[in-house]
Ligand binder design. Structure first.
Ligand code: ADP
Ligand code: MG
Length: 452
């Protein structure tokens, strides 16, 4: 009996805030542009924010987010002052980030941003910015304000939760009007920016929730791990092997539904490795890479060949080792220790090796483009050239109410995984041995060994 589990990311890290409200944006924000839309200087919108407000925020530089930024307020439960400082840090970043996105959307050709799906995303950004503007001149210094602000953040995260399928659908509908290179450039910038924006908001929400003295057990963030290695959404002792196993189970279940076979995998190398990273990011990447490896394995008739996943811990550099020996126990009040970690690696490399036949030279140059896929639901035979899987994949995604329940077809797996990997200084490289299989190298930098 097969059960359709939600993707791992839906099962881990779900935020349930006591005050969290389900807001229906559909009636307000999903409007089609009016027939007179072509007369407007901006895309149709239902939220009004002065143009110069957006322009002034968008002219400010973006802060390049690091994992260290996210743990700098300390380990939960946070003191009230540390919680305020996290809220104010969040507030100093988000309006600027949202304004940059609004400007980028406005710079798209008008016919594209008038598409109902793209204009929905545009309106979501305007709406989210409007909910943060009342805090612009404020410093959050009371619990009441901090609670209200966290509730605004929870709404913001919820509002933007379906951005990817919505944008994907919008750009598919507009593909006649916009050059694919421009689409990839826009999506790459937009989705990378979105990774950071979500993380900033989710980090404060998670710190807030895990700092509540009498929290409802159901509302705790990462309840199974609440006393352990988490600092907000970062797991300081994340074990890639356990994420690989949970994602492997999930993806092989989708394979069983689609193809009637469950591919297997073997983990070797250093499965006990831990490092400090964002579990939901690793889950996203591993799920997508395993979908590709399993699909290729099954479609090439090699389901009996396990996918081999090798985990290698990055050795600690002699300089870091030296510093940690010198500074290991010299934390001060100003510089509290983020340790104890269980000696995590500064980074890991994960190699996913399949026997799925590799990638043909004609397909290879396209694999990093958003929307490029060789998957087609009607024709599952390999080597048939680019398929028409995108619409099927989108339908599967909206049907499941989440992301990623289809084995392939959206053509976002590789480019978006690379965006996640590169966000904190890692990367993805694909080596195809055409006629045999693929090696995919996923390199991730963790938080490493923090100072102090
Ligand atoms: P999708 O899986 O939705 O098609 P991806 O971005 O994940 O989109 O992959 C793009 C294309 O790259 C796939 O359609 C497939 O042709 C090719 N590809 C990716 N990984 C592999 C692999 N391990 N073996 C063979 N082909 C692959
Ligand atoms: Mg894929």
């Amino acid at each position: 009996m097969i059960s359709l589990l939600p993707p791992p990311s839906a099962r881990v890290g779900r935020i349930i805030l006591p005050w969290s409200r389900q807001i229906s944006y559909s009636s307000t924000f999903a409007r089609h542009p009016s027939p007179s839309a072509h007369k407007w200087s901006h895309p149709p919108s239902s939220t009004t924010i002065a143009d110069d407000e957006v322009a002034s925020l968008a002219s400010k530089p973006l802060h390049a987010l690091s994992l260290a930024d996210l743990v700098k307020h300390g380990r939960p439960p946070l003191s009230t002052d540390a919680l305020f400082s996290s809220a104010n840090f969040t507030l100093s970043l988000l309006p600027i980030r949202l304004a940059h996105r609004i400007q980028a959307l406005r710079n798209l050709p008008f016919i594209v941003v008038s598409n109902p799906n793209i204009s929905k995303i545009y309106n979501n950004y305007l709406h989210s910015l409007s909910t943060l503007l009342p805090y612009k001149e404020k410093t959050i210094s009371s619990l009441e304000d901090e609670i209200k602000f966290t509730s605004v953040l929870a709404d913001l995260v919820e509002t933007h939760s379906h951005t990817i399928p919505t944008l994907a659908r919008g750009f598919l509908e507009c593909r006649k009007y916009i050059n694919p290179i421009e689409v990839t450039r826009f999506l790459d910038e937009h989705l990378r920016a979105r990774i950071g924006t979500r993380l900033i908001a989710e980090q404060h929400i998670a710190l807030h929730v895990s700092s509540q003295p009498h929290q409802d057990p159901k509302s705790s963030y990462h309840e199974e791990n609440s006393q352990s290695s988490y600092i907000g959404v970062i797991d300081t002792a994340l074990q890639p092997a356990s994420i690989i196993n949970s994602c492997g189970n999930f993806v092989s279940e989708i394979c069983e539904l689609k193809y009637g076979v469950r591919p297997t995998w073997v983990i070797d190398g250093e499965p006990g490795t831990t490092f400090a990273f964002v579990p939901v990011h690793l889950e996203y990447i591993i799920t997508e890479l395993l979908k590709n490896a399993f699909r290729a394995t099954v479609e090439s008739g090699k389901s009996h060949e396990p996918v081999i996943i090798t985990i290698a811990a990055e050795p600690e550099s002699p300089r870091e080792k030296d510093r940690s020996v010198k500074n290991g126990s010299s934390a001060t009040d100003d510089n509290p220790p983020i340790r104890p970690f269980e000696d995590p690696a500064p980074g890991v490399t994960i190699r996913i090796r399949d026997r799925g036949g590799g990638i043909s030279p004609e397909v290879l140059p396209n694999i990093w483009s958003y929307s490029f896929t060789t998957f087609s639901d009607e024709d599952d035979l390999p080597g048939q050239g680019p398929g028409n899987g995108s619409i099927d994949a989108l339908n599967a995604m909206s049907g499941a109410g989440g992301e990623g329940s289809s084995i392939a077809g959206l053509g976002y797996g590789l480019p978006l995984s690379r965006a996640y990997a590169e966000y904190f200084g890692g990367g993805i490289a694909v080596q195809s041995l055409y006629g045999w299989g693929c090696d995919v190298y996923l390199r991730l930098k963790g938080l490493g060994r923090p100072k102090g």
